[in-house]
Design a binder for this molecule. Structure first.
Ligand SMILES: Nc1ncnc2c1ncn2[C@@H]1O[C@H](COP(=O)(O)OP(=O)(O)OP(=O)(O)O)[C@@H](O)[C@H]1O
Ligand SMILES: [Mg+2]
Length: 270
């Protein structure tokens, strides 16, 4: 018997099943020194998906994103974006790293960080000009950070810094957005603003993949689930994959506590 957690709201704009994959991960194994972190992960993420990578701490979620970007040590397997290796598709891919992994002391302001998003289309040796600054400013406005454009990044709050890095990704105008915990440590209002931004990207045909920790909001925010714990537990539409069995497989013993927390929202199977 498979109980389903909060039933995801249907996403009327999306028929993902037949879409060409934006990302194909084939038998991916990644390891840091002797520690194998991802083992034979095999999955497709369809174009236009709003996908969540979910799993416990240390599950390899950040490593999976980094492996997609060629930033993690891949032992075997491959990742393709629209059928080609990342090295050939760089410009199409925007990345928002996990906040804790960024050195916030570098001396630069919010507008400079957002402008970095435009570098890909500038090519070698060209410096950003008025057009790039305007694009960056528009992105800062979109995330509600226009008033902080000239503020040093180290003098912004954590949530504000997060928004600036989102602006950098938006300024890039990519096709695939990889975001490592964009909702971590931000307030509810900012969270809702980010959801609106992500849905806007999806409405424009972009593919968005976020590492996400909150099981309560996951089915509401996203339509595609990648459930991970060193190995792939499940990947597919939330409606098919967000089950207690799968969550138990990913979270192990701690799932009992999770199930208790979720008792109020677990639906009786029909
Ligand atoms: N650069 C590194 N060198 C060695 N080990 C690493 C490195 N980065 C991550 N690891 C290890 O790989 C495992 C997976 O880490 P990863 O950051 O991918 O997990 P995660 O699922 O993103 O966790 P979290 O929810 O805490 O962000 C962990 O055991 C971690 O200690
Ligand atoms: Mg992580």
């Amino acid at each position: 018997m498979t109980a389903t957690l909060t039933r995801p709201k249907p996403t009327p704009t999306l028929k993902l099943a037949g879409n060409e994959p934006a990302i194909s991960v084939r038998d991916l194994t990644a390891a840091y020194r002797e520690e194998s972190v991802l083992h034979e992960v095999d999955l497709d993420i369809p174009t236009g998906a709003l996908a969540a990578i979910v799993g416990p701490n240390g599950a390899g979620k950040s490593t999976l994103i980094k492996a997609m970007l060629g930033l993690a040590p891949v032992i075997a397997g491959a990742v393709e974006m629209f059928g080609r290796p990342y090295a050939e598709q760089r410009r199409l891919v925007a990345y928002v790293p996990q906040r804790s992994s960024i050195d916030w002391d570098f001396p630069t302001d919010a507008l400079d960080v957002a402008t970095m998003g435009t570098y890909g289309r500038l090519g070698w040796f060209r410096r950003p000009g008025a057009a790039e600054r305007a694009t960056a400013m528009a992105a800062l406005t979109k995330v509600g950070m226009a008033d902080f454009a000239r503020r040093q990044i180290s003098q912004l709050s954590g949530g504000q810094q997060q928004r600036v890095f989102l602006a950098r990704a938006l300024a890039q105008d990519a096709e695939i957005y990889l975001m490592d915990e964009p909702f971590a440590g931000i307030d509810a209002t900012t969270g809702r603003a980010i959801v609106v931004l992500l849905r806007d990207l999806q409405a424009r045909g972009k593919t968005v993949i976020c590492v996400h920790h909150d099981l309560e909001t996951a089915p509401e925010y996203f339509d595609w689930l990648v459930l991970l714990n060193r190995q792939l537990v499940a990947a597919g539409p939330f409606t098919e994959t967000f089950t207690l069995d799968n969550l138990a497989a990913a979270y192990g013993g701690s799932m009992r506590a999770l199930a208790a927390r979720f008792a109020a929202v677990v639906e009786t199977p029909r």
